[in-house]
Write a protein that binds this ligand. Structure first.
Ligand code: AHG
Ligand code: MN
Ligand code: MN
Length: 356
């Protein structure tokens, strides 16, 4: 009988094709215990949600009822796209009858959604932005989904989910799906950042990059300069600096996930600062800035409000917003230096003239 060598030695790609997301989570945890199995199963359900959303997006232009607005306005005060609603439902559906996730807190829902059959034992909460960058939907540009997983603390009898109003260091996992030329899923459970690419022929997310690290500096700055008139002077100082110095290039795609993904791999900085209309910024802490801050810190970068690490911010409500400066350590520090300099000048001005 021919001796059967290690299969992967005969078909090297076999091992790679078998490095699916659920297997990778178990490898990361070095455990097959119940908690590891739960987290692996949760990630697998998120992967299913990503596949369902990716499939619908890939045929959006051909199907009725996919593109365009619903005519509703969500809790954010934003017009809701049909795809926002569909994707929101997908994340709920994939966790039904799973016994895993009791509560889902979504950008698209005013209050958290409870899955009753899971709640007696499910101790996890999924926080998510089902479709990020929905302004890109009708023009076939990249979109994302952003997610974070937290342990439920207490029984939440009143359904107010107050235990979610804690800082981002309570996240046990975070990640995003990027619906681009390929569909990628990037995640961390606190042991580095790893990316998976959907192989449509397999219907599986296969490992594509492990232990992604963000360069300490990059040439990219990513910000909506149309808000220049609404920014603090300190942010204008930073923008004037990059306008006047060689070595910077602007990239802004209108979808946080895509702009973040570029900086995660190539370095640089993404900013969504506070504005006159939205002093706390536009982005939401629990399911946009905190999950990405978790990833960026795991990749060796930084995420700040300008005066505080994003992961230390404690929200006062589920849909709290936060300013965001995220990316390479040196570039985030540079933006913060302009903020600190302005604050120092303001403090000096506020002092009685005799003391100056
Ligand atoms: P969402 O589609 O989930 O509401 O998120 C949109 C966000 C984010 O993806 C992006 O960075 C930002 O809105 C773009 O805002 P502006 O159009 O104001 O630049
Ligand atoms: Mn979003
Ligand atoms: Mn959204």
């Amino acid at each position: 009988m021919a001796d059967i060598k290690e299969p992967s030695s005969q078909v090297p790609s076999l091992d790679r094709d078998c490095t699916t997301l659920s297997r990778h989570v178990l490898q990361q945890l070095q455990s097959f215990g119940p908690d590891a199995q739960d987290l692996s199963a949760i990630m697998n359900r998120i992967a299913l949600a990503a596949k369902l959303i990716s499939r619908r997006l890939s045929r959006a232009g051909l199907l009725e009822g996919v593109l365009g607005f619903t005519g509703e306005v969500n809790v954010q005060g934003e017009s809701v796209k049909k795809m926002d609603v569909y994707a929101n439902e997908v994340f709920i559906s994939v966790f039904k009858q799973s016994g895993l996730v009791c509560r889902l807190a979504s950008e698209e829902m005013d209050k958290p959604y409870y899955i009753p059959e899971n709640c007696p034992i499910g101790r996890y909460t999924l926080l998510y932005d089902p479709i990020d960058g929905s302004s890109n939907l009708d023009i076939n540009l990249n979109l994302g989904s952003i997610f974070a997983i937290r342990q439920q603390e207490g029984n939440d009898e009143d359904g107010e989910a107050l235990d979610l109003l804690q800082n981002g260091r309570k996240q046990i996992a975070a990640g995003y799906v990027l619906y681009g030329p390929s569909t990628m899923l990037v995640y961390s459970i606190g042991k580095g950042v790893h990316s998976f690419t959907l192989d449509p022929s397999l219907g599986e997310f296969i490992l594509s990059s492990e232990n992604i690290t963000t360069p300490t500096h990059g040439s990219i700055y990513s910000v909506n300069e149309g808000n220049f008139w609404q920014w603090d002077e300190s942010i204008r100082d930073y923008i004037r600096y990059v306008h006047r110095h060689e070595g910077y290039t602007a990239r802004y795609g209108g979808a946080l996930v895509g702009d973040f993904h570029r900086i995660l791999f190539q370095g640089g900085v993404f900013l969504y600062p506070g504005t006159l209309k939205k002093p706390e910024g536009k982005l939401r802490l629990l399911y946009e800035t905190a999950p990405l801050a978790f990833l960026m810190e795991q990749a060796g970068g930084r995420a700040s409000t300008g005066t505080q690490d994003i992961l230390d911010v404690v929200p006062d409500k589920i849909h709290a917003r936060s300013p965001l400066i995220i990316g390479s350590t040196e570039d985030v520090a540079m933006v913060e230096s302009f903020i600190h300099e302005r604050a120092r000048e303001e403090a000096l001005k506020a002092q009685p003239s005799a003391v100056r």
